[in-house]
Design a protein around this ligand. Structure first.
Ligand code: SF4
Length: 170
């Protein structure tokens, strides 16, 4: 199913220029914010993180952003504003672009081939063996993989550390 990209008004050109200038700082670690838990208060890389620096300058969250859905909505709105401004500068009419059709089964198959997914499976298996001194049963592996579709690895480790078999070692 194809659909058109829907973008709102772009960000202010001066804001965009400021963002580009800031992002050009070679001290910043590209994309570091994509691999963290957003616990900025405990992070040693705040001065090298574009997301953190941008958040410092951002307007205080609105009342709507108190909810998770509200925060996601505001974040997406900001990103779409950036994309719209880039498109305006590059003379691209976003209304003429069809987003690629979405095939969930094909995406799942590609996801299963991803080396990160294989490592996640190995990591889960190792965590299980370290905590319980035995490999997971097939049903436990299936449950772990199902859990990992929804939650990050550290949550799975918390689950393992809360299993009766781990907590109440005979
Ligand atoms: S400062 Fe915050 S957003 Fe940036 S890498 Fe650290 S935890 Fe993540």
């Amino acid at each position: 199913m194809a659909f058109r990209l829907q973008c709102g008004p772009g960000m202010q050109p001066s804001d965009f220029d400021r963002l580009v200038a800031r992002a050009s700082n070679p001290r910043l670690i590209p994309g570091i914010y994509n691999y963290c838990d957003r616990w900025c208060e405990r992070c040693g890389f705040t001065d090298r993180c574009l997301q953190f620096l941008e958040d410092q300058d951002a307007e205080p969250p609105s009342a709507d952003a108190e909810s998770l859905a509200g925060r996601v909505r505001e974040s997406l709105t900001r990103r779409l504003g950036t994309i719209t401004e880039i498109a305006r500068r590059e003379h691209i009419d976003l209304r003429t672009i069809d987003a690629p059709s979405f095939d969930a089964s094909e995406k799942r198959a590609r996801h299963g081939q991803d080396p990160l997914v294989a490592w996640a499976r190995q990591y889960g298996d190792l965590a299980w063996r370290l905590a319980l001194a035995r490999p997971p049963k097939p049903s436990e592996t299936a449950a772990m993989l199902d859990f990992l579709k929804r939650e990050p690895l550290e949550q799975m480790c918390r689950v393992i550390f809360n299993l009766n078999e781990f907590v109440y070692a005979d």
